[in-house]
Design a protein around this ligand. Structure first.
Ligand SMILES: [Zn+2]
Ligand SMILES: [Zn+2]
Length: 343
């Protein structure tokens, strides 16, 4: 019974984790799924609760707030507390290499530095003062970014590759996406910090999953549990099998198995998202352009603004100039230089 309750908790926890990470990479398809689910729920949930949920979701995803930053720090703090409190000590007793065991802390420090830099760095907001400078940075392709477009909210000319963020209420140069986990836009000036933050976060989750797995494997091998027998519910003696071992580890080290499950799921999700972000960086695309480019062939699609009389044009990425040049553009963005020169 205990095992069943623990397992149910575990499933709920995993589900929440998956949803939380999906929110980070929020796609319009996910939004569609959520809206579909909301329509089904609207038949059974009272109106006042629906209104409260809508208000909460609006606050969480459509206004700037620190909720996800706090959640992020709480989750990271919980994982590292459990690691320090149990795994680190047990692994030291099993004579794991100290350098190996200290690696997650090194990654944590780098991760927190770049997390702070991503949060606090101006993503490349467009103002009346820098509008002209930004207009010169990228070429207009006349498909996704027409030359004389203006932002209807800021009333500024829209430089190529920029977009208005409805959450922050400003236009951002080389807009990638608005990230709730860092409570700001990812744009020309903080994409580099965001990528390193993502890389170290993924690496710390993966290294923790590896250490926890090695600890549990080491424990099973050293205790010769595989050669033991146990008495089942009917009173028969049974040889220990994998299902029994998982149950045994779950009941003996519930927090470590929880942590292992969480960081494993997180590693795969973050790893997948990191590969996508690196692919975009290598091909000099932003998430915004990738999404719009996906649909740019469609004349009826409202995502790409073009005159109704215009011939349908296929979007082509004109900003990619080879891998190193694309990476240099992200890690050494040109505009801060112009900004410094101006000052
Ligand atoms: Zn704007
Ligand atoms: Zn934003």
């Amino acid at each position: 019974m205990d095992f069943l309750i623990l397992f149910l908790f575990y499933l709920v926890f995993m589900l929440v984790s998956v949803v939380m990470v999906c929110i980070c990479s929020k796609t319009h398809r996910l939004k569609g799924l959520v809206q579909g689910g909301a329509q089904i729920c609207s038949c059974i949930i009272p109106e006042c609760i629906q209104r409260a949920v809508r208000k909460l979701l609006h606050y969480l995803f459509h206004t700037r707030n620190h909720a996800f930053i706090i959640l992020h720090l709480v989750l990271q703090g919980t994982v590292y507390t459990e690691y320090t409190w149990e795994i680190f000590g047990y692994c030291q007793e099993l004579e794991f290499s100290l350098y190996y065991l200290l690696l997650p802390y090194l990654l944590l420090i780098i991760c927190l530095i770049f997390f702070t830099l991503t949060c606090l760095t101006n993503p490349g907001t467009i103002t009346k003062e820098n509008e002209l400078l930004f207009l010169q940075v990228y070429e207009f392709d006349e498909v996704m970014f027409p030359k004389n477009a203006r932002c209807s909210t800021c009333d500024l000319r829209k430089p190529a590759r920029s977009k208005h963020c409805s959450v922050c209420n400003w236009c951002v140069h080389r807009f990638d996406h608005h990230c709730v986990w860092v409570n700001t836009c990812i744009g020309a000036w903080n994409t580099r910090y965001f990528l390193i933050y993502l890389l170290t976060l993924t690496a710390s989750a993966a290294i923790m999953a590896i250490i926890s797995t090695m600890f549990l494997v080491c424990l099973v091998t050293m205790s010769d549990l595989y050669q033991e027998t146990y008495i089942d519910d009917l009173g028969h003696s049974q040889a220990v099998d994998t299902a029994f071992l998982i149950q045994y580890l779950f009941l003996t080290f519930p927090r470590i198995v929880f942590l292992l499950g969480f960081v494993t799921v997180l590693s795969f999700l973050l790893g997948g998202y990191l590969c996508f972000a690196l692919y975009l960086a290598a091909t000099n695309q932003t998430t915004n352009e990738w999404y719009k480019g996906d649909w740019a062939w469609c004349q009826l699609c409202p995502v790409v603004v073009r005159p109704p009389s215009a011939e349908p044009q296929i979007y082509q990425n004109i900003h990619s100039h080879g891998l190193w040049s694309n990476l240099r553009e992200i890690f050494l963005p040109a505009v801060p230089y112009y900004e410094r020169k101006k000052k």
